[in-house]
Write a protein that binds this ligand. Structure first.
Ligand code: ADP
Ligand code: MG
Length: 379
């Protein structure tokens, strides 16, 4: 554990003491790799690391979908140690299954077979993947195209620009835009197949698969008899059952303007029960091209990075909804909040503008989850 992490631990312990002895669980979103950075998980025989942090709390750490850290907290309640450890194994199996079918970076995943297939060939896909693709297509319609996993060619273009430090040309952007869109993909659930209309269409589920996976893990924990739990994959979180702090779970929102070496100052803290929380932001993953920072979230309508919203947090009943809308709001900006207001059980907060001149916008129901207010005073 490095010094920064020790400082953070001290801070969390200090908070616990200030709070009067009750155990405080301050779960940090976007905190970067957990504890040992997942190394123990790679060294050990299991692909994840189990830790009983107290007799009633089992934690699981590891990585999935490539380098993405995940963290699970299981409160078994009346269930036995064996049942809890089996619930952890079931949860990991869910992550592994989703990764194997839905990751674009694994050359032999179902999704990669689709991405590599020529136009006109019916590709047989796992039913779960096909259902998620259908759901993703619906979200593209509902977000007016702000969320669009068929824009993989654009994501790749901007990722390459970050690596080579050269902005894409207008022609390259227009070329990738022409390869984007659900009109280039026909999904057929009865036959379990998908057919591309152009060779070059590719799909990337990176802005929905983490949230979807979190939901499936929560389902696995519940059906394995756990009393309460938390699942986080790459900063997308969902909790169920009574949390450790007066029945609630505390989740920290990272200050998007805090420097990396500040240990990840928090801009606010949420207290939630039976909710999912997702954040999107250009502070956590981004490219630097010509000395300027560009978000990893691309506006699929213009083909350019969406940089107006440094941080978005969405609270919803399920994590897929929260994940998708966090990305969509990063693209839509403040106008997107009216769409959230029209949805039952979904709330959002966005930090817009630049460091030193930023402000906070939120849906009316968001404040009910906040302890205190969003604090950007460090900017
Ligand atoms: P964040 O956690 O900041 O929302 P995610 O990792 O959830 O970011 O999603 C970003 C990833 O999703 C990108 O790396 C890219 O692969 C893909 N992506 C980028 N822009 C969009 C978009 N507008 N719609 C759908 N997927 C996107
Ligand atoms: Mg996301």
């Amino acid at each position: 554990m490095n010094d920064k992490r020790l400082d953070l631990l001290r801070l969390i312990l200090a908070l616990a003491v200030v709070a009067g002895g009750a155990m405080v669980l301050m779960h940090r979103m976007r905190g970067g790799p957990d504890a040992d950075g997942g190394q123990a998980a790679e060294r050990g025989r299991t692909p994840y690391q189990l830790t009983w942090v107290s007799p009633d709390e089992l934690q699981v750490h590891g990585r999935t979908m490539g380098p993405i850290p995940f963290k699970l907290i299981l409160f078994p309640g009346e269930a036995t140690v064996d049942q809890a450890e089996r619930a952890a194994a079931d949860s990991y199996a869910v992550l592994d299954r989703i990764n194997r079918h839905m990751s674009a970076y694994l050359p032999d995943s179902d999704l990669s077979r689709l991405n590599e297939a020529p136009a006109g060939r019916a590709v047989t896909l796992d039913g779960e993947l096909l259902a998620l693709l259908e759901a993703a297509g619906d979200y593209t319609a509902r977000t007016d195209g702000a969320f669009d996993p068929t824009a993989r060619r654009l994501f790749q273009l901007w990722a390459a620009a970050g690596r080579t430090d050269r902005l894409p040309t207008d022609e390259q952007i227009a070329g990738a835009l022409a390869m984007t869109g659900w009109r280039h993909l026909a999904l057929d659930r009865p036959s379990g197949t998908a057919v591309k209309a152009i060779d070059t269409l590719q799909v990337d589920l990176g802005a929905i698969a983490k949230g979807y996976a979190v939901d499936q893990v929560i389902e696995a924990m519940r059906s394995a008899g756990m009393e309460a739990g938390l699942a986080e994959v790459g900063g997308e979180v969902r909790v169920f059952g009574p949390g450790p702090r007066d029945g609630a779970w505390l989740l920290g929102i990272t200050d998007p303007f805090a420097s990396a070496d500040s240990g990840g100052r928090l801009a606010g803290t949420l207290a939630v029960t039976d909710r999912a929380v997702a954040t999107s932001g250009n502070y956590y993953r981004f490219s630097v091209i010509g000395g300027r920072r560009y978000s990893h979230i691309i506006d699929p309508r213009t083909g350019r990075p969406a940089d107006a919203v440094p941080s978005v947090t969405v609270i919803a009943g399920d994590c897929m909804t929260a994940d998708v809308w966090a990305t969509a709001l990063s693209v839509l900006g403040p106008e997107g909040l009216t769409k959230i207001e029209a949805m039952d059980g979904v709330e959002a907060m966005m930090i817009i503008g630049r460091q030193g001149n930023a402000h906070v916008l939120q849906t009316p129901g968001f404040a009910a989850y906040l302890r205190g207010e969003i604090d950007l005073s460090a900017q």
